[in-house]
Design a protein around this ligand. Structure first.
Ligand SMILES: NC(=O)c1ccc[n+]([C@@H]2O[C@H](COP(=O)([O-])OP(=O)(O)OC[C@H]3O[C@@H](n4cnc5c(N)ncnc54)[C@H](O)[C@@H]3O)[C@@H](O)[C@H]2O)c1
Length: 358
């Protein structure tokens, strides 16, 4: 068992069946427990939890609908009402067992219920383990805009047990890989060199790669917990990525990791066109991502809408389009102001990649 201390929150990496989780349950033995799951983690992960830890048998299980479209206030209202009905109090515990949607949603629900009750995350997707469960950001989407309502509240503890990944569908493993690549691109060339040619799911979920991502995220968030400066580095690929994710949400939705992968190509392209990133590095990034993620045709008439979505992105100030740009593989800069035409060019380039591939 490895424990990484992160802003006062322990991240325990290893089997859930080890001392830290049992100790936590003992600490909360007299309190009520609420377990948040979605339909898939209900079927694939909950049974293990309830059979391995009999003290959880009495827990209230909240079954959330799966999918990004349910990361919404409407779902929160229902859960808060149920929590009131079950008389969940301030000293009780919420256990979020799921991917990034469950940890974002469950963390938000717990962080404001009765002005905040304790919660822990047990991420079950690769995305959750390497990124979503780490860092204390909780939230929901509103009016098609990603994570626009939320809190920054740290969970009491995080338990990363890679055993849960056994049932994760392959495409979801690749979604987590996108955020691992992001950590490497903004901070660690050596890690990028380890990740860039991995192909199989087994290779991607190796524990040393998961741990390296957690360490890199910790390094950035601890230096800037409230996102005044360097934490914005983590938004690399997300300004374009969130806009694409929002745009396609009401059509044929695309996964967060897929959107970020496309966003990273687009934002690397802008970096290259600005002369900040070398052409060689840009090509290396493009090839690595194209090998794994399907490219997407973006209708020309969508470009204005996408730029508007980026302007509404909560990361932007004074209506400007602020991006994270890459200086090189393993090094990035925040707060680069980008013109709408540069963004449009990057979106057209992404679309061209899709047309060439088809
Ligand atoms: N808070 C943050 O800092 C942060 C960072 C990155 C991403 N996110 C958020 O995370 C979300 C994406 O996370 P995600 O990719 O985990 O999505 P997700 O939670 O929707 O999980 C993906 C799919 O995998 C299923 N699943 C999860 N674990 C499983 C398992 N062990 N076995 C079988 N199926 C399983 C889920 O039910 C879902 O269908 C987005 O909403 C994104 O905004 C948040």
């Amino acid at each position: 068992m490895l424990t990484i201390q992160f802003n006062g929150t322990p991240i325990h990496v290893g089997s859930l069946d080890a001392a830290p989780f049992k100790d936590l349950l003992a600490d909360f033995s007299t309190c009520k427990k609420v377990i948040m799951v979605d339909e898939n983690t209900h079927d694939c992960c909950l049974e293990y939890l309830l059979t391995a830890f009999p003290s959880l048998e009495d827990a209230e299980v909240m079954l959330l609908p799966a999918g990004e479209e349910n990361k919404a206030l409407e779902v929160c209202y229902q859960v808060w009402s149920a929590m009131l009905e079950y008389q969940i109090n301030r000293n009780d515990l919420v256990i979020n067992l799921g991917g990034g949607v469950v940890t974002d949603l469950g963390g938000f629900i717990a962080s404001v219920y009765k002005r905040g009750i304790d919660f822990i995350h047990i991420p079950t997707s690769l995305m959750g383990m390497v990124d979503a469960a780490i860092g204390g950001k909780n939230g929901v989407d509103l009016n098609g805009l990603k994570n626009i309502i939320g809190t920054i509240t740290q969970p009491k503890a995080i338990f990363v047990d890679a055993g849960f990944l056994e049932t994760l569908p392959p495409e979801e493993v690749f979604n987590g890989y996108a955020e691992m690549l992001k950590h490497a691109l903004i901070l660690d060339k050596n890690y990028w060199n380890q990740l860039k040619s991995l192909n199989s799911e087994e290779e991607l979920i190796q524990i040393q790669h998961i741990i390296r991502s957690i360490e890199l995220k910790k390094q950035v968030v601890e230096a800037d917990p409230t996102e005044k400066g360097q934490r914005k580095l983590l938004n690399f690929g997300h300004t374009l990525g969130h806009a694409l994710e929002s745009y396609f949400l009401s059509k044929k939705s695309i996964a967060h990791g897929h959107a970020v992968a496309l966003g990273m190509i687009g934002e690397s392209y802008i970096s290259y066109k600005r002369g900040v990133l070398s052409q060689e590095a840009y090509r290396e990034i493009e090839q690595c991502i194209i090998r794994i993620f399907p490219m997407l045709e973006i209708p020309e008439e969508a470009i204005e809408t996408l730029i508007e979505l980026m302007r509404n992105d909560k990361k932007n100030e004074r209506n400007a389009l602020n991006f994270v740009l890459l200086n090189a593989i393993g090094s990035a800069q925040v707060n680069a102001e980008i013109s709408p035409s540069e963004v449009g060019e990057a979106l057209l380039h992404l679309s061209l990649l899709a047309q060439h591939g088809n």
